[in-house]
Design a protein around this ligand. Structure first.
Ligand code: NIG
Ligand code: FE
Length: 410
């Protein structure tokens, strides 16, 4: 056992049975001033007022007035890639849109060409570096997608890298198979053939070798249609892969209804939403996952987070860390953007990035809050005046130490 004592403010306290927060519930973050936390076998076994803490002979970590917050649960990333796409950054500055860059041979297909030539070892090395960076910025659980392979071999290579990361890191890492991320040139005129020759066989191997729990599809004009998505999900349903889908990012394809009807755990992006679609999400198990740093970087609209919460919905926030639309995995910045551009209050953004992010990867029974029995994945900060300090100090990371399962991450 170990004792974390003299915590200035312990934030994120929540009943351990709550799996997600919706609407008005999102504006409350439980906290205790002058607190302690007891950890055993990597889990939180007690917490409370310092006045009630009793010396118990177990090791003490004296936090000397730092605050403690549960780690972020980043439920949408594409953190495995061969190379950054800085050349596209310059094209973007010169006025080219995401679609124009992709049509000119950039975009996802560019990343896939590079990944095909990169060894599994090299991919593991660069992804390991990125995972360490995001943990140091407060992320304590991650979802990672394939989707820069686009051949059977390269997709499996990516998924094996995710599996190695899962084995090597103490944070939970969940995998999504995103073979339907873009249509390779050779299948351009016949996406159905790509689905049959690459996606279906991959699904079978992924299920057999337990390489992913989720299936993702980029449902978008010039990528995969609603019809393609139904076809893929009809197949993956037989193998028990749960959908988590890219929906309404660049245009409204009607995929929100598909995501809900197909029982997706999350519908992600939602930059192009109607009120009717917001209403369609009401009282459904599918959670909307919003990615404001993608909107920031691509200069596309922000998802209507405020309207969604005001309509009583839960929302999750995630980074979308990838080389094309979001070259950052900093969840502190995601929270700033959600507050500044989507008019979320800091407590709402914080809950969206923690407990609701955990829900969006089936992990809210394990983390996402300070609750009895949950993993002791939290970070400390000496600079926090209130919860607003995180979004207010945009671009800074007010984190001193990160603890994963109660162990200091270095
Ligand atoms: O979520 N939209 C599809 N996938 C990524 C971008 C991928 C890329 O450009 O490499 C996203 O934004
Ligand atoms: Fe994405």
């Amino acid at each position: 056992m170990k004792n974390f004592i003299n915590i200035k403010n312990l934030y994120g306290i929540l009943d351990e049975n709550i799996r997600r927060l919706s609407g008005g519930e999102m504006n409350t973050v439980g906290s205790i001033a002058n607190a302690y936390v007891k950890v055993e076998n990597g889990r939180i076994i007690a917490f409370g007022d310092m006045g009630n803490w009793i010396e118990n002979g177990a090791p003490i970590i004296d936090l000397k007035g730092k605050s403690v917050l549960p780690c972020y649960a980043d439920s949408h990333t594409h953190i495995i890639f061969a190379e950054p796409r800085e050349h596209e950054f310059e094209l973007k500055i010169q006025g080219k849109t995401y679609e124009e860059i992709a049509a000119a041979g950039g975009g996802i297909l560019n990343s896939a060409a590079k990944l095909g030539e990169t060894s599994e070892e090299k991919l593991l090395e660069s992804a390991t570096h990125r995972v360490k960076q995001v943990i140091r910025m407060g992320t304590g659980a991650l979802e990672i997608k394939s989707g820069y392979g686009l051949t059977i071999d390269a997709e499996l290579k990516m998924l094996r890298v995710i599996q190695k990361l899962y084995e090597n890191f103490a944070i939970p890492i969940k995998a999504s198979f995103l073979g339907a991320h873009a249509i390779p040139f050779i299948y351009k005129t016949n996406p159905k053939e790509y689905i049959e020759k690459v996606i279906y066989p991959c699904i079978e191997i992924v299920a057999k070798e337990e390489l992913a729990e989720y299936i993702d599809i980029f449902i978008e004009k010039n990528y995969f249609s609603i019809e393609d998505a139904h076809r893929i999900l009809d197949y993956s349903d037989k193998f028990g892969l749960k959908p988590k889908l890219h929906v309404n990012q660049l245009s409204n394809t009607g995929a929100l209804q598909l995501a809900v009807d197909r029982g997706a755990l999350s519908a992600d992006h939602l930059e192009e939403m109607t009120q009717k679609e917001i209403d369609y999400l009401k009282n459904k198990s599918t959670i909307g996952t919003l990615l404001p740093s993608c909107s920031f970087y691509l200069k596309i609209p922000y998802a209507p987070a405020r309207q969604m919460i005001d309509s009583g919905l839960p929302i999750a926030l995630a980074s979308d860390y990838n080389p094309g639309s979001t070259p950052s995995g900093n969840m502190n910045f995601v929270i700033s953007l959600a507050c500044i551009y989507q008019n979320l209050l800091p407590a709402e953004a914080f809950n969206a990035a923690t407990i609701n992010g955990a829900y969006a990867m089936d992990l809210s029974h394990e983390l996402g809050s300070i609750s009895i029995g949950k993993r002791a994945n939290f970070f400390t900060s000496s600079d926090l005046i209130s919860l607003s300090s995180i979004p207010y100090n945009f671009g800074k990371t007010l984190i001193d130490e990160v603890y994963i399962n109660g162990e200091r991450f270095v």
